[in-house]
Write a new protein. Sequence first.
Length: 280
Amino acid sequence: MSRPNSEDGASVALYWDFENLHAGLCEERDPGAYGRPDNRFKPQEPLVDVQAVVDLASSFGPIAINRAYCNWQWFARYRDQLLQNAVELIQMFPPGGGAKNGADIKLCLDVTEDIGRFPHIGTVVIVGGDSDFMPVAQKIKAVGRTLVGIGTRPATNRHWARSCHEFRYYENLVEAAQPAAPVVPPAAADGAAASLSTPGPACADLLRRAVRLLADKKGDTWVDKAEVWPMVKRLDPTFDLREQGYGSFAAMVKALDGVVEVREGPSDQQLRLRTADEPG
């Protein structure tokens, strides 16, 4: 399905049917296990890579809404991941011991209300695989917004996936987010000078993630340098070039020549990730 062009600067609204995603990952490990009361109604071990999903959503623009629906009394072990990514938690109490918590219904109602109230939302990202999301997909597309879906492969309804402008399987998303093998930069002649100029791992990781996400979005390994810095800031709003010892983003890119390759593009410099067997 073709994807409409959203307005420049449009925001992203991210909605999680969180227990749906967690349950899907549990079922992949042990089919049928999550539905048993002795497994479902107890503290859950963290399985969801929250950061990978938020990173993908950030590639479409700044996140204005990041809301997750769940019976959170069993999911306290996700606390740090959720706090670090500024996720708003919506508590869902199931009406009975074996009943669904109704997260998908509440999520759809909120999406419908939000796209009516907030014209700056250009992209809606829904994390969940239920066919129950198909009616809200029609509402989202009817008002000209872009719809992106995310779900686990076994638990995703194929009709729901095809109703999105773009759909990403969670397993592929997490696999792509895994850090590549480190690229060792050329040794400097002066060891002391090299230690001062070697960028920290946080800089390299942020740059790598930003370029990878933009490349995935464009379908081209080369991305415009002007797009990379805004992506870095969306991934980590606290990142400060001066604290890392750089006077400019260009200086940081130059120091990280073991991570990215630079070439002249039609109107701007372009960057792409180096592979582990390429020299810096």
